[in-house]
Design a protein around this ligand. Structure first.
Ligand SMILES: Nc1ncnc2c1ncn2[C@@H]1O[C@H](COP(=O)(O)OP(=O)(O)O)[C@@H](O)[C@H]1O
Ligand SMILES: [Mg+2]
Length: 227
């Protein structure tokens, strides 16, 4: 039996649109496998981004259980959800949210600043290893706007990895990349997975990325179906 990294039990989320309820997550039950790449596709508006937000503890008023290492993180206070996210989850979004007034290395270290963690010798060493693995060593002092799309994407993934999260959530990570860069991105991600055992959950429109998933889900109107 494979271990699950995040288990969803009856996860339900609805919003009010005017005076009508609209269901965005419709009683989802699913176990994400630890150490695997799980990909999620589905029509625009089907709830993929909402699901990733729920997994990361970013939205309140979600019903059901989101169980991580035996703990229902959905029952935590807002403050503890934020702590959970910082300690356990790395995130990569389509608009990468890199800070253009910081260089590459500074961007990567942002999650540590948020946690008031010191940049130890060990961490410097790990950062150097990652910079080599992702072929970013030669540009670590460069300004973000001077980088290519592929380079910016690799900075974003490295920032997501720097706190050794259990899970990395990616929302349309290749949307701004051409196919060659999307291939490099997925190969790099697979190497990281092998080297670190990190689990990846990726929402994507890109069929090439979708087929990378060891487990593949489709979302339709807030429901999840395995395919
Ligand atoms: N807080 C919110 N308020 C209003 N509408 C929302 C909110 N969050 C998501 N939505 C809407 O819910 C639907 C599902 O969104 P989303 O999760 O972004 O789908 P996907 O990522 O699959 O395209 C979209 O129509 C979106 O506009
Ligand atoms: Mg989306």
């Amino acid at each position: 039996m494979s271990q699950s990294i995040i288990e969803l039990r009856n996860v339900f989320y609805q919003i009010m649109e005017g005076d009508k309820e609209r269901v965005l997550l419709n009683r989802i039950n699913y176990s994400f496998e630890e150490g695997a790449i799980t990909t999620i596709s589905g029509p625009s508006g089907s709830g993929k981004t909402t699901l990733l937000y729920a997994l990361s503890g970013l939205i309140d008023n979600v019903e059901g259980d989101i169980v991580v290492s035996g703990e229902n993180v959905n029952a935590l206070s807002r403050k503890d959800k934020d702590k959970y996210r910082l300690n356990n989850i790395g995130m990569v979004f389509q608009n990468l949210n890199l800070f253009s007034f910081m260089n590459v290395k500074e961007n990567i270290l942002v999650p540590l600043y948020l946690q008031n963690k010191k940049v130890t010798k060990e961490l410097e060493k790990q950062l150097d290893d990652y910079l080599m693995l992702l072929n970013l060593g030669h540009i670590q002092d460069k300004a973000i706007p001077t980088l290519s799309g592929g380079e910016q994407q690799r900075v974003a993934i490295l920032r997501a990895l720097i706190c050794n999260p259990k899970v990395v959530l990616c929302d349309e990570p290749t949307a701004s990349l051409d196919h060659a860069n999307a291939e490099v991105f997925m190969q790099t991600l697979t190497e990281i997975k092998k080297a670190t055992g990190t689990s990846f959950i990726i929402a994507t429109h890109d069929d090439y990325v979708y087929r990378y998933g060891e487990h593949r889900l489709r979302m339709i109107d807030g429901s999840v179906v395995e395919s």
